[in-house]
Design a protein around this ligand. Structure first.
Ligand code: ADP
Length: 195
């Protein structure tokens, strides 16, 4: 089963992708995690990506499409994958369509996690505070209120237009992302069962 998780920053895509990975044995492909790893590695490309992320902007379609296309060829993706953070623009969605066809693959379902945007900024601010206070992980450098506001703007302008793209193709299923983690996981399982 090949799935895309869609939703604004802070919607809980990463949390649900991890649960799906455990539940169905799918591979989680988080472009945000991939880019943060590239940033931490200190390569020139990684440094450039980090600067773009820290401004709340999107890394270029060309780079992202290249990263995903290469990653999908790895043997662990054969059992199925969950895309978390990709596609993020209509151009990426079109490129994904073309690359899957070329690889003899297809998407089974696109799950939109619908959330109340007014509450998202609080959630993300909470995530930053938790990371800082528990010293478990460093707060993300793009989780400041200014950058989060920018990321939400970018989501509305560049990523939300993907929703009609998948709706037209009959792939889009929407779940309520404001419920508890367990309830959201249940709703996703339910939509996947009929996908
Ligand atoms: P969130 O979903 O909370 O916004 P992510 O961890 O998915 O965070 O992504 C963090 C940042 O990484 C984005 O704001 C963007 O700069 C960059 N990024 C991730 N995926 C993509 C993508 N598919 N295209 C362009 N930029 C991306």
């Amino acid at each position: 089963m090949n799935i895309v998780l869609l939703g604004p920053p802070g919607a809980g895509k990463g949390t649900q992708a991890e649960l799906l990975q455990e539940r169905y044995g799918l591979v989680q492909l988080s472009t945000g995690d991939m880019l943060r790893a590239a940033g931490a590695s200190g390569t020139e490309l990684g440094r450039q990506a980090k600067a773009v992320m820290d401004a709340g902007q999107l890394v270029s379609d060309e780079i992202m499409v290249g990263i995903i296309s290469q990653r999908l060829d790895a043997p662990d993706c054969q059992a199925g994958f969950i895309l978390d953070g990709f596609p993020r623009t209509v151009a990426q969605a079109e490129a994904l369509d073309a690359m899957l066809t070329q690889k003899g693959l297809k998407l089974d379902c696109v799950v939109e996690m619908a959330v109340d945007e007014a509450i998202l900024a609080d959630r993300i601010a909470g995530r930053a505070a938790d990371a800082g206070s528990q010293a478990r992980s460093d707060p993300r450098s793009d989780d400041t209120i200014e950058v989060v506001t920018k990321r939400l703007e970018v989501y509305r302008a560049q990523t939300a237009p993907i929703l009609p793209f998948y709706k037209e193709r009959g792939l889009l299923k929407t779940v309520d992302g404001m419920a508890t983690i367990d309830e959201v996981a249940k709703s996703i399982e339910t939509v996947l069962e009929v996908a």
